[in-house]
Design a protein. Structure first.
Length: 197
């Protein structure tokens, strides 16, 4: 870990008492996000949802993986040694990164989805061409939707509109669109991924 945190980042963290190591290099050769891994209660339900509602395509699947006697699962992916990955499915979603779906069983497995405010909280954001049409479709499909489309009108993110939606098993999904770009892009040295970039 010492090599993986930049000196500048460590200095900032150290001011807050959060950095116990120092480093001067980043991980070598990073090209981008290959995939996001998500553990779901029912992989077939998740595949169907991502295909039918989001438009993702299944690329391949494999598994199961387990180790009845040794520590392979703990050594490889930092889970309980008796954990079982029942199935892994790789999904291709539009022009962005891939999603890797896992269905696990494990001793003392927690089954509640974290909120965004919890440690480990997360969401997956899907860029959509027409945010209103996407939200209307989510509602028509019976999905739980939150406030929105909510337009951001000030600050560096001005130009985007968002709505949060819950997948059937409770995972948070954000629908986002910024067809005319965002305010930060004017003069930005680093631009975020976006369709067309």
């Amino acid at each position: 870990m010492k090599k993986f945190l930049s000196s500048a980042a460590c200095t900032v963290l150290a001011m807050h008492g959060a950095c116990a190591w120092a480093g001067d290099r980043t991980i070598s050769g990073v090209r981008g996000i290959d995939h996001i891994g998500v553990t779901v209660p029912d992989v077939e339900q998740a595949v169907a949802f991502l295909h039918d509602v989001v438009g993702c395509q299944e690329a391949f699947r494999f598994g199961p993986f387990m180790d009845d006697k040794g520590t392979f699962m703990q050594d490889l992916v930092n889970v309980d040694p008796r954990a079982v990955i029942k199935q892994i499915v790789m999904m291709r979603c539009g022009q962005g990164s891939n999603i890797e779906l896992f269905q696990y069983s494990a001793p003392e497995q927690r089954t509640e989805e974290p909120k965004n405010s919890d440690y480990g909280g997360h969401h997956i954001a899907f860029y959509v061409k027409d945010i209103k049409a996407a939200v209307d479709k989510a509602k028509a499909d019976g999905l739980k939707t939150f406030m929105g489309p909510f337009p951001i009108k000030e600050g560096p993110a001005a130009g985007q509109s968002i709505t949060y939606v819950l997948a059937p098993w409770g995972m948070q999904i954000e629908l986002i669109s910024y067809p005319k770009g965002m305010a930060y892009e004017k003069g930005a040295k680093t631009r975020l991924w976006a369709p067309g970039h």
